[in-house]
Design a protein around this ligand. Structure first.
Ligand code: SF4
Ligand code: SF4
Length: 282
């Protein structure tokens, strides 16, 4: 059973919520940080990872001696990473997503496998994160690899909490797509509400149940509450705006452990989300 903690923009408190939920989760859980461009969940959950490995993508290199310039590889590549003209073939490894399609369709065995380093995976038996290589533009292939690694090393009976990348583009969609519940973290400001709307609209087509946590409750205005009520989007909890909470977070402490009140708040949130996710997982 998987729960994604997501947000329409960065800085809403997504990692605060993910780390706190992990710390009070009612069953054995593992966590994955798929915010591979700026991972920071490890600061709370795994500062000294036992596992560290580089991740490579298999990309094609054209063997001009074998190529017949039939163009099949170029036709199948959705990412324009191969172009074939009459008697000329070009590959663009930095645009390749490593889907393997071109290798499969080439009838002349004219594509050799090259490797491109896209980042690294770090973690242990209950935590994994991806870290995108500096200069690497595409995060979905690394996100895919982190998910595969999780399948390999996590106990299959464990619940999984995913810290998704902020925003609503491909990396965020890749992180929430096959989960059982999406928790949207937002704040009660016009900006927060705007980004919540974007995330809600972007993830709705997946048909996964969603709920909202309002972080820094007490600041801003009521726009977010009106939107959620109009959309039938459940606000499952509110985390009060509190200087001490921000101080605990900035010093690397899990917020759920900061006070009994916050511990109880996150425990009841975790129990409720787990119930919703289990219903969704059927
Ligand atoms: S499919 Fe193979 S033979 Fe055809 S253009 Fe591509 S590399 Fe060349
Ligand atoms: S592996 Fe996939 S993405 Fe990469 S060049 Fe081949 S078809 Fe395109």
């Amino acid at each position: 059973m998987k729960v994604a903690v997501a947000s329409g923009k960065g800085g809403t408190g997504k990692t605060t919520v993910a780390s706190s939920l992990f710390s009070v989760w009612p069953e054995l859980a593992a966590a994955i940080d798929l915010d591979v461009e700026e991972p920071n969940l490890h600061i709370f959950l795994c500062q000294e990872p036992a596992l560290r490995r580089k991740v490579w993508l298999e990309v094609p290199e054209l063997d001009e001696d074998r190529c017949t310039y039939c163009g099949l590889c170029s036709e199948i590549c959705q990412f324009k990473a191969i172009s074939i003209f009459e008697g000329v073939g070009l590959t663009f490894p930095e645009m390749c997503h490593g889907c393997g399609g071109c290798f499969q369709v080439c009838p002349a065995d004219a594509l050799k496998i090259e490797r491109r380093e896209i980042g690294s995976i770090h973690g242990n038996q209950r935590f994994l994160m991806g870290r995108l290589r500096v200069g690497e533009a595409m995060s979905p292939p690394l996100i895919r690899q982190v998910r595969l690694e999780a399948q390999r090393i996590f106990d299959p009976g464990m619940d999984i909490i995913i810290d998704a990348p902020p925003g609503v583009s491909c990396p965020a969609a890749a992180a929430v797509r096959d989960t059982d519940y999406i928790l949207l973290v937002s704040e009660p400001t016009p900006f927060g509400c705007h980004d919540l709307k974007l995330a809600h609209e972007a993830f709705k087509p997946f048909g996964i149940p969603m709920g909202v946590v309002v972080n820094r409750a007490g600041i801003g205005n009521d726009e977010i509450y009106t939107y959620c009520a109009d959309q039938g989007l459940e606000i499952i909890s509110e985390i009060p705006f509190d200087r001490n909470v921000a101080a605990a977070y900035s010093s690397g402490h899990i917020v759920a452990g900061f006070s009994k009140h916050l511990g109880d708040l996150f425990s009841s949130m975790a129990g409720y989300i787990r119930q919703k996710a289990l219903q969704s997982a059927g």
